[in-house]
Write a new protein. Sequence first.
Length: 304
Amino acid sequence: MATVAILCNPVRAEARRLLDEVEPWLASEGHETRVLLLPDADRGSGRVPGGDLSGADLSGADLAVSLGGDGTFLRMVPLAYAASVPVLGVNFGRLGYLLEVEPSRLRHALARALAGQVTVEERTALAVTVDGALEPAAGDDRSLSEGGPAGGRWWVAVNEMVVEKTVPGHMVHLETAVDGEPVLTYHADGVLVATPTGSTAYNLSAGGPLVSTRLKVMVLTPVAPHLTIDRSLVLPAEQVFSITVSGGRPAVLVVDGREVGRLSPGVRVECRVAPHPVRFVSLGERGFPALLRRTLSLDGHAEH
């Protein structure tokens, strides 16, 4: 018997219907289901609903399943990471860069996963820490308190972390360093650090490179820099990249698309490859070339 943890976004009616179908099926196969629901307070807003999942614990689960879009999957990642549980993403979203399984094939995917007939890909994740005062944003706290690089509070990112401006029409001043040695000071909309998985997301939009998900690196890309280099920097897993807010304007820290909190001038954000990878369940049907075709719409049409 296996324990399957399922995070469902009830704003998507089709996701809730699939949950209602697959839960009794898993029980009939002798498996236990642990269901987490995203609150639907933001129904109709066009956003993944907010809610507090910080108390959720996936310890003891054998498989984590996300029913929703990329946003729902990213809500599951910190929970699964903390419990070292592999994640299977079901795509109800528009693009689903992180998701391999279509809703109609969920039972097939679950049967294979629970029989051990899938590949568990180890994807590089980022460990993000803040040195200084952080004014937290509203909503659930997705930080982790154990297993971090410095033994304190930290955030795990599977796509990217971004330090960006808060004042419309004005740049933010960001001093960067590698292993404590100064590199460049950016006057820009922001600076992002992406994983190879996240290289097809915000990093790509900002002009950064596409990176194979098999690599264990960090990709630094400035966002709309002014009068300075606009090229990306690729760093190996052993190095630590830091961003310090300078000048007189605050910045905001965003991890995997969610605002973590506001940073005052003088606060430093450190980013490094996380101690352990995020584990993705893959059916082995989509390699990196297929991801590139999908991301860049090279098949002649955009997938929706």
